[in-house]
Write a protein that binds this ligand. Sequence first.
Ligand code: DAH
Length: 348
Amino acid sequence: MSELEANLASLTARFERAVADAPDARALDEVRVAFLGRSGEVTGVRRSIGTLPPPERPGAGKVINAAVESMEAQLTDALARVERAALERSLGDTIDVTFPGPPARLGALHPVRQVAIDVARYFTRHGFAVVLGPEIETDANNFDALNIPPDHPAREGLDSFYLRPDRLLRTHTSPMQVRSMRRHGPPIAIIVPGKAYRRDAVDARHLYMFHQVEGLMVGHGVHFGHLKGVLVGMCRELFGADADVRFRPSFFPFTEPSAEIDVKCPACHGTGMQDGLQCRTCGGSGWIEIGGSGMVHPNVLRSVGYDPDAVSGWAFGCGLERIAMKRYDIDDIRAFVENVPGFAEGLA
Ligand code: DAH
């Protein structure tokens, strides 16, 4: 290789390195001036042609011209590359409003609402109507008409939120039995989902605002067997075909006979123990009560103008939080009102 070619090779190598290292258009222009400018490196090599024997000069000129052409092409490519990179960098700072966003979180129904919907679906399938009642009630509807006499402990201000001497936040959904029967003659078959309020101390099983669903069926020949059949059917629908349900004799002023409806405790699965201690959710009994029920008391039928000798009926009232706890294995009723993000989605 001639000395000129060796010089040109080393120059080209340095040029290529400089182009690769140039971060932007300005740096590339500096490279162009340093190598291809009027007093740049290539001009120096061109000058050395004069030192060659004349026959070699045209060949040397061609070699230099080819090198220059290649360098110019490399500069053009490099310029396009740094401009593209600069554009991409600037786009990174810009909001592209046409770009699809992250998928929206759909959320989920609150478990209490989900249970209310499922209960309503079961009962409407069996011919019941869904009715809603007011949360502010008269004590006549909330108590008297339901055979709860004025001296009954449930009437104490301690248990209820009174707004006026004769108005309170309903302590149960049962007053809608009274309102519905006064409005319609028998037969009647309704459920009443809604809120109820009690001055209870808040703990793992109690809130002062909670939800119930009331059920009422009155007609000719309606008996306790119908009540059991319908409620066991409801529990199987809500908890699965193998749900453990029991009816425990109880007392309510507005039913006779009366029974409480229990399902196996969701926390201890009926053992009564949790982590070696008495189960906090069921208090050690292995069952949790989801509601009360019974045959509508003759005094209640009379108070709404029905004839207890002509018609009979059953009623029940269930806590929707209690049902949701059993269904979704929630061991503390306070979880329903704590508004923890993702609570409902986690259960759905
Ligand atoms: N009202 C009762 C309560 O809140 C529940 C209840 C019991 C409702 C028996 C009924 C019934 O309709 O028959 O504890």
